[in-house]
Design a protein around this ligand. Structure first.
Ligand code: PEP
Ligand code: MN
Length: 348
């Protein structure tokens, strides 16, 4: 941290600021120029910048180091790879997680899992506890949904990711899933994040609807500081003044996070766009910009989905997207599941 004193700060004011910083346990290095005094402060992790700015004679306080530690690139220069058996998230391969927004029926889970597996996805997604804006909307099927998703994932040799909304759901979801998903609305549920810091499974942490990248990385820090190093970040669009799409998909978050952090980052263009006719474009862009994977909503019958139908792709659209990603990924030095597991024609 650097404390810049006002041009006309008195010696007494400078001494008082130094004394206060030392009292707070800091090391202070003073340098006085012709017009201003600047104080270099070391060990400022817990000091409230605004409190120092309020002291008499202080012009400005600047933070030099990031407020998060374990999530930062400087703490760990090499990329973190989250490994679940043969699925490696954050390595060379672009990992695609796909499936319905919510688990609805046995048939739907099986059909969606079969479709995404055939196209090359490695992880089945599906919600059993749904954070809906309205309490009257479909809230998910709870444990029954998890059971159907697990059966579908196992039947098609897929890993499973599902959302955890509350601390009380952790043990149950842990029984069925390979990855815990923390949704956008819960990015700052610090009690939940702390508890997931003790989980022995990877956590996919979505960016909050109005969260800055720094706030997002601080949320990751909650999980990391609890001892769980397996955090995957997920950009899913943020709320801006733009209303043409459900959210504004922040494509630049991918390279920014890559620079600031060693954690893998994947992209969710489904919630970013909010409509299925724009998901493929954003997905292609996300891979091109360096995302380590994608989280995509695919439904065997999206027009009858109980949640997020408008943004859920038809299996045929997902097939096409995966074929396009097989061209884009190698162009930027990444790999992706090489061939569809089986070729077949879909009605749409
Ligand atoms: C979801 O993945 O279905 C979901 C609810 O996502 P988000 O938390 O990004 O809104
Ligand atoms: Mn959804």
């Amino acid at each position: 941290m650097v404390v810049v004193m006002k041009e006309r700060a008195t010696e007494a004011q400078i001494d008082a600021v130094i004394a206060r910083l030392i009292e707070l346990g800091m090391d202070v290095h003073r340098s006085s120029g012709a017009t201003r005094t600047v104080l270099g402060v070391v060990g400022d992790g817990k000091v409230d910048k605004e409190m120092i700015e309020l002291l008499d004679g202080v012009h400005e306080v600047l933070r030099i180091s990031a407020p998060y530690k374990r999530a930062s690139r400087s703490y760990r220069p090499e990329d973190t790879v989250v490994t679940i058996d043969d699925v490696r998230i954050g390595g060379d391969e672009v990992i695609v997680m796909a499936g319905p927004c919510s688990a609805e029926t046995e048939e739907q889970c099986q059909a969606s899992a079969a479709a995404v597996k055939r196209a090359g996805a490695k992880v089945l997604r599906g919600g059993a506890f749904k954070p809906r804006s309205s309490p009257y909307s479909f809230q998910g099927l709870g444990e029954h949904g998890l059971q159907m998703l697990r059966r579908a994932a196992d039947a098609h040799n897929l890993k499973l990711i599902s959302e955890v909304m509350d601390v009380s759901q952790i043990p149950l979801i842990d029984q069925y899933c390979d990855i815990f998903q923390v949704g956008a609305r819960n990015m700052q549920n610090f009690t939940l994040l702390r508890e997931l810091g003790h989980a022995r499974k990877p956590v996919l942490l979505k960016r909050g609807i109005s969260a800055t990248i720094e706030e997002w990385l601080l949320s990751a820090e909650y999980i990391l500081s609890g001892g769980n190093n397996e955090v995957i970040l997920c950009e899913r669009g943020i709320r801006t003044f733009e209303t043409a799409t459900r959210n504004t998909f922040d494509i630049s978050a991918v390279p920014v996070v890559k620079k600031l952090s060693h954690l893998p980052i994947i992209a969710d263009p489904s919630h970013g766009a909010g409509r299925r006719d724009m998901v493929a474009q954003l997905a292609r862009a996300a891979v091109a910009v360096g995302a380590d994977g994608l989280l995509i909503e695919v439904h065997h019958d999206p027009d009858h989905a109980l949640s997020d139908g408008a943004q859920s792709m038809f299996p045929s659209q997902f097939d096409r997207l995966m074929a396009e990603l097989r061209i884009i990924a190698p162009a930027i030095g990444r790999s992706i599941c090489l061939e569809p597991v089986a070729r077949r024609g879909w009605a749409r």
